[in-house]
Design a protein around this ligand. Structure first.
Ligand code: MF3
Ligand code: CO
Length: 249
């Protein structure tokens, strides 16, 4: 069942979104060759807590860290580690959930580490743009599948592929709520969007084919062909006039 949020609920979620946006703005300066993903994760925890929030992923289904940090062929759910040190030319996806008061928000950004090759740059730009185009479809009365379809069409027009095994989701007092929001599919089918829905839209895009697998740590999702992957995510609310991006940077 898709829970509709009231204006008051959305005002509360908006506050959580501002906290997460501020954390993301500051992270950018931390991303550089030589930093470990564990150090980034530690910084995220203290930054989120400074603003009065908590990291929503910690302990979720026994997840062992504050954030998910995924490098190169890692798609999502990379577990931060002292042994994973960023180097020039990498791309790194940082995914954070913040809980503030009763509500959660969820967002992700893929950053370049120093200078990256043209293909990785194109991958990051395509994924960011796919999210933006998907969000534009999020208005009352439109089909949810039109978000999915728009993302897939754009990504494939760039020569990349969208991950199919993972999806965006509704969000609220829980990090994952209904509905599920795949990043591919046919237009004009399934449920229609309504005012008051709060959604986390999150395209995951691979340079190679769409297939992924989970590493033996039980968390890290990687591309099967080990090609690089990017991930952008925003939490949005559907209002009368269209989408409001609650985690806008
Ligand atoms: N942002 C992730 C998602 O929506 C949530 C990660 S849950 C965790 O898929 F357990 F991996 F932290
Ligand atoms: Co999410």
């Amino acid at each position: 069942m898709v829970e509709l949020k009231t204006e008051e609920n959305i005002a509360e979620i908006r506050r959580a979104g501002r906290v997460l946006a501020k954390v993301f703005i500051k992270i950018q300066k931390k991303i550089a060759p030589g930093i470990s993903t564990q150090e980034i994760d530690n910084w995220i925890k203290s930054s989120v807590e400074e603003y009065g929030g908590s990291c929503a992923f910690f302990g979720y289904r026994n997840y062992p860290a504050n954030s998910c940090i995924s490098v190169n062929e890692e798609v999502v759910h990379g577990v931060p580690s002292l042994n994973k040190v960023l180097k020039e030319g990498d791309i790194v996806s940082v995914d954070i959930g913040v809980k503030l008061g009763r509500y959660c928000v969820d967002a992700a950004v893929t950053y370049p580490v120093g200078n990256i090759d043209r293909e990785r740059k194109k991958l990051i730009d395509a994924t960011r743009k796919a999210l933006e185009l998907g969000i534009r479809e999020a208005y009352p009365g439109n089909f949810l599948s039109n978000i999915s379809c728009r993302i897939q069409r754009y990504v494939e027009s760039c020569g990349f592929s969208v991950v199919r095994d993972l999806a965006g989701h509704g969000i609220g007092q829980n990090i994952h709520e209904d509905p599920e929001i795949p990043n591919y599919g046919r237009p004009d089918c399934g449920i229609k969007l309504k005012k008051g829905m709060v959604l986390a839209i999150e395209p995951m895009v691979n340079v190679g084919n769409w297939e992924v697998e989970v590493l033996s740590d039980g968390w890290t999702v990687v591309t099967k062909d080990r090609s690089p992957s990017a991930h952008f995510e925003h939490t949005i609310a559907i209002l009368d006039n269209g989408p409001e991006i609650l985690t806008r940077l």
